[in-house]
Write a protein that binds this ligand. Structure first.
Ligand code: ATP
Ligand code: MG
Length: 384
């Protein structure tokens, strides 16, 4: 392809040379014929010594003049024919100059299909790539700043009340009843625990996000893992007066996965279902296994998440407004962690929410191979 373009350009230059040479020859021929005739006429008229007569028997000076006229005609014709290419090269060089000065809005129109048009197309692509890269860089800088602001805010909130309660407890003038004291200590303890969870989540998330967690992939029975997890949640179900159900089309299913990470993934989903689906009275965990894929869905009922918020749930620190103001006390990292774990397993995660329930669906590969790209690129794997 590249050679083809280069050949096209060379062919055009050679054609232009041939055309210019032919044109120069024609002009020279015209000059020689006419001037010789003029000279002959002068000689016939008996004006031997006149200027025109010189052309009848041209000497070296006249011959040199003919040659010079030929060269001048050839050069002018060639320059005219090459003007388009020259203008294009000037355009390219100006564009390169602009780009080097930081003007990334520069583009060059792609004209024709020779080396220069290929160069223009490459230049446009390069500028586009640089622009995209810079946008990405800016976006990541913005997210980082947002992350730091969120962390600072989320750490400060419990810390402020811990400090407040400790000040109350330690005030020398306080004549607090022992019950009040106990209550305040309990609140302080709960807030400190919340702070601890937040820091743990944050560490967990950054570790996963920056690929610092090495996966230990083994054979995991997904049915057993989920039924054990649900059992562990038993006190929480009781606490919220929730019924739960585990449905599976197979009694057991071995898949290649990191058991601890999967437990963390489903822990987050079940935890959310309990936290946000308490009014729905029922939680259903469904496993559907085929030969190559296992689909696990966690469904809770009650609050319907607005459609426009669904794609945002997996963003770190995102919490639906209602749960932000309510007392569910999350940090908004659970689903971001879940998404990372799914990505690490080459799977997909999605959510739907309507009057039939809020359903988080995870699809995992039975034969997940850590060394292979599985469901496509991370980031393309989320379904809403
Ligand atoms: P964390 O899990 O870090 O303690 P969190 O539960 O607020 O905090 P995520 O698990 O990421 O964070 O969930 C993000 C938001 O998505 C929640 O705040 C909640 O608004 C909404 N959400 C998540 N799961 C459900 C669900 N099963 N039903 C309704 N809303 C949900
Ligand atoms: Mg959560």
């Amino acid at each position: 392809m590249k050679n083809d373009m280069s050949r096209r350009f060379h062919t055009r230059v050679i054609t232009n040379i041939i055309f210019s040479a032919m044109f120069a020859c024609l002009v020279d021929l015209f000059l020689v014929t006419n001037l010789t005739m003029l000279g002959e006429y002068a000689v016939v008229q008996g004006k031997e010594g006149s200027l025109q007569a010189v052309f009848y028997h041209p000497g070296p000076v006249i011959t040199l003049l003919y040659v010079l006229a030929g060269i001048a005609t050839f050069s002018s014709a060639f320059l005219v024919l090459q003007k388009k290419s020259m203008d294009y090269i000037t355009k390219l060089s100006t564009a390169i100059q602009n780009i080097s000065e930081g003007d990334l809005n520069t583009t060059v129109e792609v004209v024709g299909d020779d080396e220069f048009s290929a160069m223009a197309a490459n230049l446009n692509k390069m500028v586009e790539d640089i622009r995209r890269l810079m946008d990405k860089e800016r976006e990541s800088e913005r997210t980082k700043n947002e992350l730091i602001t969120n962390i600072a805010h989320d750490l400060r909130t419990p810390l402020t009340s811990i400090i407040g309660y400790l000040e109350l407890l330690s005030a020398p003038t306080s004549n607090m009843s022992p019950e009040m004291e106990k209550k305040y200590i309990n609140i302080t303890y709960t807030k400190a625990k919340r702070l601890e969870k937040l820091i743990e989540d944050l560490f967990g998330f950054t570790k996963l996000n920056y690929g610092k967690v090495s996966m230990k992939v083994t054979k995991v029975d997904i049915v057993k893992l989920l039924s054990q997890l649900l059992e562990e949640f038993y006190p929480n179900f009781m606490d919220k007066d929730l019924a739960y159900e585990l449905q599976s089309n197979v009694p057991a299913k071995m898949i290649n996965a990191d058991g601890n990470l999967l437990a963390r993934l489903f822990d987050n989903l079940i935890n959310n279902a309990i936290k946000y689906g308490a009014e729905g009275k029922r939680i259903v965990v469904k496993i559907h296994a085929t030969e190559s894929i296992v689909t696990v869905s966690v469904t809770n009922y009650g609050y319907v998440i607005p459609k426009e918020e669904l794609p945002l749930l997996f963003e770190k620190f995102y919490r639906v407004e209602q749960s932000r103001s309510s007392n569910t006390g999350g940090t908004g990292l659970g689903l971001a962690i879940a998404r990372n774990i799914v990505d690490m397993h080459g799977g997909t995660i999605g959510v739907t929410s309507d009057l039939n329930g809020t359903v988080f669906t995870v699809r995992l590969l039975v034969d997940f191979d850590i060394n292979k790209e599985n469901f496509g690129n991370p980031g393309d794997r989320h379904e809403y």
